[in-house]
Design a binder for this molecule. Structure first.
Ligand code: PGA
Length: 241
């Protein structure tokens, strides 16, 4: 694991955006795995700036998002589909047909999940996967005690995650309790992985991911087994390393 420790959130975001833009420069039709949440918002802002300055184009880029809430309409302002449009896709030249986000409104979960992994394979696999990390060590929505062999699947969110995500909803009752998420195996098949974390609330999860035992109890610890992972952390998230 390569670990980059930055002074603050903005520096973390700029470093991450530069890694993504280098990937795009190296391969203009890269397959990017994208994440939602508060952590990558600054990175997306930087990527939009780079696009506006004509440093990069997303015209041939293909994207696969990590996860989506189950049974939440795409146009709900808390869906990850909405998040991605608002924070990135509406501001860049990506071809809409190249955007993939699990369909949380599917009537056939098994088909949706198998098809999602098959689509990733058919595009040649993910070149660079961006990850955040949950305070409980989840990656995507792979919650503690996940099966490391899982591919894309329907997950039951833990109480920790529901509570953490309730900050975006009017009440905790409105937070979906299930999501469709790429599995650990899907994530581990990516050629490169960049994990971002900021704030002291992530310090313990980062410690467990980097120095802890590799165990499904701390899903992010599996990343120790991947040969091209970069963690970009602010000082607070790195405080226990
Ligand atoms: P956050 O979520 O970026 O909103 O902290 C990260 C995650 O839960 O994976």
């Amino acid at each position: 694991m390569k670990i980059i420790i930055t002074e603050n959130y903005d520096e973390m975001s700029i470093k991450a955006a530069r890694m993504v833009s280098s990937q795009i420069t190296l391969k203009n039709n890269s397959v990017l795995g994208l994440a939602t949440g508060s952590t990558p918002e600054g990175m997306y802002r930087e990527l939009i700036n780079m696009y506006n300055n004509k440093e990069i184009s997303f015209n041939d880029i293909i994207t696969f998002n990590l996860d989506e809430y189950y049974n939440l309409e795409k146009d709900n302002t808390e869906s990850y589909d909405y998040f991605m449009r608002k924070n990135l896709f509406n501001h860049i030249d990506i071809n809409k047909k190249n955007i993939h986000i699990p369909n949380g409104m599917t009537e056939d979960i098994d088909y949706e999940c198998i098809n999602y992994d098959n689509m990733i394979k058919s595009k040649g696999g993910i070149d660079m996967q961006i990850l955040g990390i949950g305070g409980n060590g989840h990656i995507g929505f792979n919650e503690p005690n996940i099966n490391f062999e899982a591919t894309t699947h329907l997950v039951n969110l833990t109480e920790d995650t529901i509570e953490a995500n309730s900050r975006f909803f009017d009440s905790i009752e409105e937070v979906p309790t299930k999501a469709i998420s790429m599995g650990v195996k899907t994530i581990m098949n990516s050629r490169k992985i960049i994990l971002l974390a900021n704030g002291k609330g992530k310090a313990e999860a980062i410690y467990n991911a980097v120095k802890g035992k590799i165990t499904p109890t701390h899903p992010a610890s599996v990343l120790q087994l991947h040969n091209d992972v970069t963690l970009i952390l602010d000082k607070e998230a790195a405080a226990l390393l």
